[in-house]
Design a protein around this ligand. Structure first.
Ligand code: FAD
Length: 269
């Protein structure tokens, strides 16, 4: 089974700072990690390979320092990794990112399953997985929490929805995005670390992808960040304490005073 896992390197913090002049992330002085959801994607890929044979190839689009993250994925069990790095990819929105990753996937040999994380903890859009599937014209399932069975080309899985979970059946090749419930990622092995040290990580640029230059990076981005800002801190609210009935009465009175709810039957106000 040939599995492709997409990973993104993200800042090791959820307190992302923004440069107000350039509207881009301030990356200086912030350590980078593999997007946490992508570690679950990788673990699932490695488990499937261990059970069914085949190969796990990891791809990531990003600056040269992403090579370190790709080496880490080899220490964690991936067979191969490819870095997509080119100035032409810079400034990509989620659509251009999806296009670049989809081009790379279609340049790799036959694949059965593409696994992404549910979302990246910095961009947080959860659009890239579905974007890749759309561009590759393959079925997709987001927020998968369990692969129940794979039999030939048929795949059966559980995906999380607000009220619980759904059981879906699909056909390979397919793309899934995964949530943390799917597995418990392993730690790197010593053998894996040695393999990672020696691994060759090819770097593919726009030419290697035979991509349409108009669809890459800033040029290929249909959306533009006009302004990014942190919302001002909210002023202190009012806390209603005491017994439940007393607290509820205080809250209702305050809501009436603010005109949020109208005076109910039996109300003196
Ligand atoms: P999500 O869609 O939340 O990620 C889901 C999954 O997709 C991840 O778990 C991972 O498996 C996979 N994935 C996501 N990104 C990658 C990747 N790079 N490589 C491999 N796998 C990946 N960034 C800039 O640096 N400069 C810009 O000018 C810029 N402009 C932007 C404009 C807009 C309107 C938006 C929405 C974003 C912009 N970004 C920019 C951010 C950039 O588009 C995102 O970092 C990128 O597209 C991934 O989106 P995300 O972080 O929301 O990932």
């Amino acid at each position: 089974m040939n599995i492709i896992v997409c990973i993104k390197q993200v800042p090791d913090t959820t307190e992302v700072r923004i440069n107000p002049e350039t509207n881009t992330l301030v990356r200086e002085g912030v350590a980078s990690i593999i997007n946490p959801f992508d570690l679950y994607a990788l673990e699932e890929g490695v488990r499937l390979r261990e059970a069914r044979g085949g190969k796990v190839t990891v791809i990531s689009m990003g600056p040269p320092q992403v090579e370190a993250a790709l080496r880490e994925t080899i220490a964690l069990g991936a067979d191969e990794a490819v870095l997509l790095c080119d100035r032409a990819f810079a400034g990509a929105d989620t659509w251009a990112t999806s296009y670049t990753l989809a081009r790379a996937i279609s340049r790799l040999e036959h694949f059965d399953l593409v696994i992404c994380g549910k979302q990246a903890i910095d961009g947080d859009t959860a659009q890239v997985g579905p974007g890749i599937a759309t561009l590759l014209d393959i079925p997709q399932a987001a927020c998968v929490r369990k692969i129940i069975e794979i039999s030939g080309e048929a795949i059966r899985l559980e995906r999380m929805v607000e009220e619980g979970y759904e059981v879906l059946e699909g056909r390979l090749p397919m793309l899934i995005t995964v949530v943390k419930d799917i597995n418990q990622p392993r730690l790197p092995s010593l053998k894996g670390k040695l393999k990672a040290k020696k691994a060759e990580i090819p770097v593919w640029g726009a030419d290697a992808l035979e991509a349409d230059p108009e669809r890459l990076g800033l040029k290929g981005s249909a959306t533009q960040v006009v302004r990014i800002f942190s919302p001002p801190a909210r002023g202190g609210g009012e806390l209603f304490t005491g017994e439940a009935a007393e607290a509820a009465a205080g809250l209702i009175a305050a809501l009436r005073k603010a005109g949020v709810v109208s005076a109910g039957p039996g109300s003196s106000s």
